[in-house]
Design a protein around this ligand. Structure first.
Ligand code: ATP
Ligand code: MG
Length: 249
């Protein structure tokens, strides 16, 4: 089993859209996939299977009162299951710290899923916190969508520093450009000549396109309702590149 996270310190950059679409594409390719929505906003789970979340269950799991598998629900899609967000996740930082198995509380919760799943996809809230540290310790790869701008690059460098300071090693960070508007000179420039700090930059970029926002109206992943759209092709290319770079099969 491999575990990957979609993460950025910055909000609104396309983490959830990419996480949901890649999880759907992984499942469609035959991998048993679990999507864990770690963001209290709950957007990722809502795209996959709109339902009320079970508030408070996570605390019982951390206290070992119920097994983590009890959080899993099915989605309408074959081979794709979900752990929906809980509003209580706004306290997740505090909760994992209190029940600390060091940095590895989240990793310990994820490991039993190896029996049933080939891939776990984590959709993370935008913050640099205890939870981020847990996510970095639990994953084989952290995918970082970046809107091409100076501010985005700065926040990416802050993430690299955070990982370095905590000796998390940043070999597992894979940035990729997101919401790219090729009409904009700055976007083209950064795309064509990316700064050296963007090590392991993925070749695939996700364009800015209104159809991505329609995932909200449709309440479905993009490839499920627009399988032949050019933007779906980009998400497919992104997923294939991630699978190849991280060795997911
Ligand atoms: N490539 C894109 N083109 C156009 N709109 C996009 C694109 N990617 C995402 N969006 C839209 O931008 C908004 C934020 O996207 P998304 O929820 O994927 O980002 P996020 O990084 O997960 O945000 P948050 O930090 O709030 O969790 C959504 O309304 C989404 O539909
Ligand atoms: Mg999100």
């Amino acid at each position: 089993m491999k575990t990957i996270a979609f993460y950025n310190l910055k909000g609104g950059v396309g983490k959830t859209s990419a996480a949901v679409n890649c999880a759907w594409l992984a499942a469609a390719s035959g991998l048993r996939t679990l999507f864990w929505d770690l963001d209290p906003q709950g957007a990722g789970g809502w795209y996959l299977a709109p339902r009320e979340s079970g508030n408070g269950a996570l605390k019982k799991i951390l206290r070992r009162k119920i097994p983590v598998g009890h959080l899993v629900v099915s989605t309408p899609y074959e081979k794709l299951d979900l752990i929906p967000s809980e509003f209580a996740y706004r306290d997740l930082d505090v909760a994992v710290k209190r029940h600390a198995e060091g940095d590895r509380t989240l990793a310990t919760l994820i490991s039993p899923f190896g029996e049933d799943y080939s891939l776990v996809v984590l959709d993370c809230p935008p913050s640099l916190s205890e939870l981020a540290q847990q996510v970095f310790a639990a994953t084989d790869a952290v995918l970082v969508p970046l809107i091409p701008s100076a501010l985005s690059l700065r926040s990416y460098e802050q993430v690299q520093t955070f990982m370095k300071d905590r000796r998390l090693g940043h070999k597992q960070l894979y940035p990729f450009f997101s919401q790219v508007d090729r009409r904009r000179k700055l976007h083209r420039g950064l795309r064509e000549d990316p700064p050296a700090s963007l090590k392991r930059l993925l070749a695939t970029e996700i364009p800015y396109a209104a159809i991505v926002e329609r995932m909200g109206e449709q309440m479905q992943p993009l490839p499920a309702f627009a399988p032949n759209d050019p933007v779906t092709r980009q998400y497919r290319a992104l997923w294939c590149e991630i699978a190849e770079r991280v060795g997911i099969s």
